[in-house]
Design a protein around this ligand. Sequence first.
Ligand SMILES: [Zn+2]
Length: 136
Amino acid sequence: MHKVPVGILGASGYAGRELCGLIAQHPALELAFAAANDQRGRRARIGASEVTYVATEDAPLNKAEVVFTALPAGEAAKLAPGALPMFKPAVKALSAEAVGKYALKFSWSDRHDLGIYSWFYLREVCPCAECTAARK
Ligand SMILES: [Zn+2]
């Protein structure tokens, strides 16, 4: 099973340590890094696992799919804009092709094209006035 790599900034504080412990126990998550500037290079035992703190500027952000900041108030705002590229624009359909007569298959802007969407399902989620009225 793929585990989602998670990074924590401010990992040596109370909230950060709690997060490290929760992630260590979570079956679908793994700790990618634990950043704590005042503890850099030091090791800490959290639950059943041991972490080595890295400096915030050395945090391998590209290794994490999710980053939590547990930094003191105001510290997160000091990070350079773009330092935490967590926001991704909404995925959009780039193209669609028919699957038989009952569904569409989309190619999405995040480069995946798995999944087919039945006309029935698309009518159920369509926000247009005609489909909304038909659902009532
Ligand atoms: Zn519609």
